[in-house]
Ligand binder design. Structure first.
Ligand SMILES: [Fe+2]
Ligand SMILES: [Fe+2]
Length: 150
């Protein structure tokens, strides 16, 4: 069966390390969707949501440090987008925690379209800047950045 959200070359930003991290986010969103479809317990949903929130924070921190190091001019605006999503996810996790809400189709679609749009517009914009700065050769797959998560 097709996944809820498929990673494809279309959403590649051209920097392998960042693509690898986006694939992890895609997988966690799919896990969350599966848990909702299969009507898994609140405990399981909470666990996936926490993983998603944690990994999202790590991923955003990595992007933001690279943006600062490489002098990306859109840093502040990009960071503000990240912050907004973090707040939405935390708010949601709290609602699930308090039993006030479950995971809905609307929410899954919000996450899916947020991620896709953010990658295709905002992340691609900084990655163009990174690639011009010649970062690709410096970022090897499974570098220290990945070590933060595993
Ligand atoms: Fe990203
Ligand atoms: Fe981003």
């Amino acid at each position: 069966m097709a996944q809820f959200l498929e990673w494809s070359e279309e959403i590649s930003v051209g920097v392998e390390e960042i693509d690898e991290q986006h694939k992890v986010l895609v997988k966690l969103i799919n896990d969350l969707n599966d848990a909702m479809q299969e009507r898994r317990s609140n405990e399981i949903v909470k666990e996936i949501l926490n993983k998603l929130a944690e990994y999202t924070r790590i991923h955003f921190a990595v992007e933001e440090s690279l943006m600062r190091i490489l002098g990306y001019p859109g840093y502040e605006a990009h960071k503000a987008q990240h912050q907004e999503l973090i707040y939405s996810v935390l708010d949601l996790a709290q609602k699930v925690e308090g039993g006030k809400s479950g995971i809905s189709f609307e929410l899954m679609h919000f996450l899916k379209s947020w991620l896709t749009k953010h990658i295709m517009e905002s992340d691609k914009d900084y990655s163009d800047h990174f690639l011009k700065a010649g970062i690709q050769s410096k970022l090897k797959k499974r570098s220290w950045i990945f070590g933060l998560w595993e």
